[in-house]
Design a protein around this ligand. Sequence first.
Ligand SMILES: [Zn+2]
Length: 683
Amino acid sequence: MANTRVSLVALVLASCLSLAAAQQAGVAKSEPVLDVTSMDRSVDPCVDFFAYSCGGWIKNNPIPPDESAWDTYSKMQDENLARLRGILEEAAAPEPQRSAVTQKIGDYYASCMDEKAIEAAGVKPIQPLLDRIANLKSKADFAEMAAAMPPYEDFFRRESVFFRFHSDQDFKDSTQVIAWLDQGGLGLPDRDYYLKDDSKSQELRAAYLAHVQKVFELLGDKPQAAAAEAKTVLRIETALATGSMARVERREPKNLDHKMTSGELQAIAPAFPWPAYFAKVGLPSLASLNVASPGFFKALNEELQNESLDDWKVYLRWHLVHEDAQDLPAAFLNESFNFYGKTLEGTEQLPPRWKRCTNDVDNDLGEALGQAYVAKYFSPEAKAQALKMVKEIEAAMEQDIESLSWMGPATRQRALEKLHAVANKIGYPDRWRDYSKLEIVRGDEMGNVLRSRQFEFNRKLGKIGKPVDHGEWGMTPPTVNAEYDPQLNDINFPAGVLQPPAFDMHSDAAPNYGDTGGTIGHELTHGFDDEGRKFDAQGNLRDWWTTEDGQEFVQRSSCISDQYSSYTIIDDVKINGKLTLGEDVADLGGLLLAYNAWQKDTRGQELQPIEGLTPEQRFFVGYGQSWCGRVRDEAKRLRATVDPHSPEKYRTNGVVSNMPQFEEAFHCKADSPMVNRNRCRVW
Ligand SMILES: [Zn+2]
């Protein structure tokens, strides 16, 4: 699931997504789904629709100093954080009659907020792990060490030592959960950071070296020794990066499909003690697993042989502190922010502690916190209205598939089967995750964090060999995002994204369809984008396309990747249209479906202009305003490398310029910039 699932927005690296203005636990007044004061009507919509829809918003919404970007979704997330803070502060009051769930979220939050205790503890909470690294006797002990340092994962960030080990559905039998082994072990956000040779990349590598050196100095090492250690880290990680599969290659599911026996893995990478590792993580008789990136494990194997035990100890020490910096004293936290926040993303200030702690509770205990959240902020009416819209968009897609001119009857039949099998997850799960085995102790911040990480690791591994649970959620209820999962064949809309201004129960229909309708269509279209189309109705990796229809799809989608590859992100950095293809196909397909669904929903009604905008114009401005936002230059570069989504401006302009409905709604001339002469259309 986690390997192939695709989301609406990706906010990279940032462990916190929010606004600076000192907010109390109260909730800011929400904005309407279409806000005319956010527009800039001096701009010709046929020249730059993004500027027309969002010019006012951009003028009125500077990026807060503790953010790397600021947009409609981060503002919603910010309102959500304030709501969650209110819930957590209440839960943290040590009342004797708290429920088990309230105790966990309240004590986790209180411990995270206790800066004095964290400062006083110093590195003591991770000293046992530092000692274990220091006492490693041979590389055979790496099994135990890797098991003792389970990966850190949140929605945006994944950290691991050596590699990533987890569980996921079997590509060929989606009913079963199997073990997955994948590349990992890097400290920089992508292999490109190690391998590219342009001046910007060299500059960032130098800054990374300086950062790693400082972290070793904070652990008490002399500057000269720390500098040598930083070089060791970079050398080992560069070797791992060289063996890693690139993001674009990873978009082809076939490239990740290598189920093999444990014996075959042993043959690829004999230098790592696999049997001992599997025994340590509770899977002593693991017979087979999927090795997503075999090339990486060959590189890891070589590097295990090439580097000394002492140099690997340096690598492990770095990763231990790096992954836990958020919960160590301020000196570590600030140094980590200086590199990952400031240098890599351009963020000026560390977000306030309450925001980071709220996010951590959401990440580690999301379905405990989510229970209180939906009870307070997600009404049955909102759920019913969202479901109604989902059904309408699904009906629009059915009609669309039935009427596509380029698709033959055999593929069409399979496509309809797949559409009819899509499951809808709206708001929150029917059954809440059970955290009763996770111990949360007030005052033990690092203990809580490490136990949560271990709990999540074990929870994932506990699914191996069992049938897949279709009721499980990948996102937490307060998340301001949406996703499609091709192996589960389901669309997910957490309660957090079904809030104003994206979804406003009191607005006229047009902008709601342009905004949330477009999002629903986007997620649905993911089932049929360049990646999603490789999976069948049951979520198996199986080609259900005729050769001809498959070729037609590739040709039509290359129109889109060519279009987006021509857009500039910053300086000479262009969109990598092959990386963003799935999202760009989903954006266009999604808005077309939403438009058709809206037309059907309002057929026969005498719709009138509102605030000087025709209903059709309000539909498109509703869509455009869902992407109002701005991004710091540093973060633009980072996203160009790691984010499969195009920048907001092109998610708007790239889509509308392919739609004749837009040209008509704004009476654009045929040679306007917002009229793509070579219109692309897939779905
Ligand atoms: Zn998406």
